[in-house]
Design a protein around this ligand. Structure first.
Ligand SMILES: [Zn+2]
Ligand SMILES: [Zn+2]
Length: 230
């Protein structure tokens, strides 16, 4: 067996603990595991941003300043009901996610899927954030769907991309104003539903909020998201 991230070979430790250990512990070597930073302790009650990593001036009550600003805007207030992230988006994870997205390493999806909050998915329609057709063509796969495939949970694509703007190349302001990124592909599927959106990284929160807004407009009751890194 090899470490999913760095490919060094893993020496199997044969003892009773390892026999019953969860699968995720076998996928990564100790060094890679040590470079992953779990989000722990107090955090923003909407987006999971860990408070230990930001200055107190960027905290407003139970919210980070970003979420506070979103919630002050009547257009966006209450649109996203919450976000769970597992890891801090540090330099190591940046490398891993780049490996995953641009080199299409599906084993990375398997490593991430081991951390998927299956309990949170209960009673919810799970839907990956769709890629634009252009991106899908470039990359050959949707990274959120790849993670979901390894969770063995059922999922349904509720959204489609309206146009293929390269989100990472436009400014935050443009993203904020660009609300017509998604449309609800399966509106009946959204009605009165609780939805769990899945994406790899939560950065400004614009992507998941735009998706959540479309779903809420289509009748979804609650929309939360799972992102691997924050
Ligand atoms: Zn490793
Ligand atoms: Zn927040």
């Amino acid at each position: 067996m090899h470490c999913t991230f760095c490919l060094t070979s893993l020496r199997p430790v044969l003892n009773w603990t390892s026999l019953f250990a969860e699968q995720k512990s076998e996928l990564l070597c100790e060094e890679c595991k040590s470079k992953l930073e779990f989000i722990t302790g107090s955090r923003c009650s909407i987006c999971s941003r860990p408070f230990s990593r930001i200055d107190s001036e960027y905290i407003r009550g139970s919210l980070c300043l970003d979420c506070y600003k979103w919630e002050q805007d009547p257009q966006w207030k209450g649109v996203l009901d919450g976000n769970t992230s597992i890891f801090v988006y540090n330099d190591f994870l940046k490398e891993i996610i780049a490996l995953f997205k641009y080199r299409g390493d599906h084993k990375v999806a398997r490593a991430f899927a081991a951390y998927f909050p299956k309990k949170t998915a209960r009673g919810r329609v799970v839907s990956p954030i769709p890629l634009s057709e252009e991106r899908l063509y470039e990359r050959g796969f949707n990274q959120s769907e790849a993670i979901l495939a390894y969770t063995h949970l059922g999922y349904k694509q509720l959204l489609s991309r309206v146009h293929g703007d390269k989100q990472s190349k436009i400014s935050r302001q443009e993203r904020l104003e660009n609300t017509a990124v998604f449309s609800a592909a399966n509106i009946e599927g959204c009605h009165a539903q609780h939805v769990l959106l899945v994406d790899d990284i939560y950065t400004t929160g614009a992507t998941v909020r735009q998706a959540a807004k479309v779903l809420k407009n289509a009748g979804a009751n609650t929309v939360i998201s799972f992102t691997v890194a924050r």
